[in-house]
Design a protein around this ligand. Structure first.
Ligand code: DGP
Length: 122
């Protein structure tokens, strides 16, 4: 049996969260440390630790996450002005929670994609 994660426990209702959408494949809830007026995390209910663990059998669920993101962007009122969808993977991306999640961030200008640029191609 796959070990539960913080986010799988939220999806199962075992831990509190502000859930904004849930169906049989995904759960979406507000990030506890919002980086913008709208900051929602969309997760597969199935535990997939990182993008490195994605398999072809996950394609429908991962595609569904984008459809849910589109709908939530609309219902949050950020669709027209634009928003960012972000998935961190592993240490270099500072992935904190090992349960694949898509950040939906919007509601204000977000600036360039990366806040710190450490790579200096010469
Ligand atoms: P990442 O760095 O991509 O793994 O982002 C993890 C996000 O999860 C981070 O923005 C904060 C959020 N987070 C961590 N713990 C909790 C929690 O217990 N509840 C909620 N709602 N969000 C959490």
């Amino acid at each position: 049996m796959t070990k539960d994660t913080l986010f799988s426990r939220i999806a199962k209702g075992e831990l509190p969260a502000d859930i904004v959408f849930q169906d049989d494949r995904v759960t979406a809830f507000r990030d506890i440390h919002p980086q913008a007026p709208t900051h929602i995390l969309i997760i597969p209910n199935k535990i997939i630790p990182t993008v490195n663990d994605v398999t072809e059998s996950d394609e429908a669920t991962l595609g569904h996450m984008f459809v849910v993101a589109r709908d939530l962007a609309r219902s949050e009122g950020v669709a027209d002005d634009g928003y960012r969808l972000l998935v961190n993977c592993g240490d270099h991306a500072n992935q904190e929670v090992l349960h694949l999640h898509m950040h939906l961030v919007g509601g204000a200008p977000l600036g360039r994609m990366l806040s710190q640029r450490t790579h200096n191609p010469t």
